[in-house]
Write a protein that binds this ligand. Sequence first.
Ligand code: PLP
Length: 447
Amino acid sequence: MDIHQHIDELVAETQKKSAHLGQIQQPTQKESGADWVQRAGESRGRPLFYPYVGTGNGYGCYVELTDGSVKLDLINGIGVHILGHSHPKLQKASLTAALSDVVVQGNLQPNKEYTLLLEKITEIASRNSKLKHAWLTTSGSMSGEIALKIARQKTNGARHIIAMDNAFAGRSTMMAEITDNLAFKQGQPDYNEVLRVPFYDSADPESSKKSLEIFKSHLEKHKGDISCFTFEPMQGEGGYNVAPREFFVPMLELCKSSGIPVWFDEVQTFCRTGHFFAFETLCLSEYVDICTVAKSLQTAATIYTPELNPKPGLVSGTFAGSSVALASALTVLNELDQNDYMGAEGKINQIHKKFIAMLNRLNTTSCKGLLRDAAGLGLMVAVIPLDGTKPTMIALAKKLFENGLMCFGCGRGPFKLRFLLPAVLTDEDIERAGTILEKTILEMKNA
Ligand SMILES: Cc1ncc(COP(=O)(O)O)c(C=O)c1O
């Protein structure tokens, strides 16, 4: 038996069996679904945000839950399933990798997937920047920890980190420190190592000037003790805040002249802006010394220039990633690279324009003023719903879930609905999302 032919047959059969899931369906097994949800919540000691436990079946932008319902998934594991559910190329890569000799690969004994993925990441990264090397790891937070250690080694152990207001960097001890959200660090000490700079505020014409002044004052006050400047080129959890290139450039120039490494946190933006990196979209490639990526990659990596390459011993770890994750990561990158997803007129930007147009249309017609300021970059879109308060946003997200549409929240007030759109979203799916949004917003307004 030819194993590859067998895998092809299995994938084709699975595709055929899941095709009926390509539309929203109401729950048919509420009790069984509720049982799964309760068991998950009890075991982890905290209820699930949504009553969501998946069956492991899905199709395109649709996912089946254990209560028998099928949801239109516009959050995708908070940005992981960029090719949607049950993508045949990912299934094939996963099955092939699953039949290899080990489940998890390590830094001492990597297999071919490890090498091929590193080559692909560094090839993509070096097209437009000085980035040349990458280290694989298994979460965005760990890629951030590695980035910080590399930056600190380069700056002789400098302690301070310049980061933005409303930053999100992850949940490890140091990444929670860089994160600017007190709700995420209750009971944690303040290490006083992070110096804050306000992010761009389009409502304030003085915003760039004010941020630059604060940036400069940090440089003066902590001269010789700043390890890096880190920021999300478009803020994610902090509210899908976008800034123009000109906002960043003067600060980045100062970093360059002061020898302060610049670390772009692209954990969320990687693969989503219409370029592989948001630093390309913002034409900031010349400034990047370190870049962290995860989510869409199916695993995580820290990418750096030869100058930032750490000394042996600083960075390692048992796990480099599961064979399935490494093979899937390579498949995602090849798929996005070879099939017209990228570029100003690529599929990603087409989806962006159409999704924003749908939100703006609702905001000016049936949901007048109830879906404001739709904005974002590429496959990341957020909108302020109703009164923009947190309880409203959460209630709306849960009601949308009941009505068949999955999204999430972001921001610190106004609170926004956040969509992490899959790159396989069709025009029909966008219309369907619009219909559910319209119905749900009007239900909430009239409640
Ligand atoms: C910008 C950014 N950095 C870091 C992280 C942390 O990644 P992970 O949750 O994989 O640790 C996230 C996760 O949402 C993120 O959005």
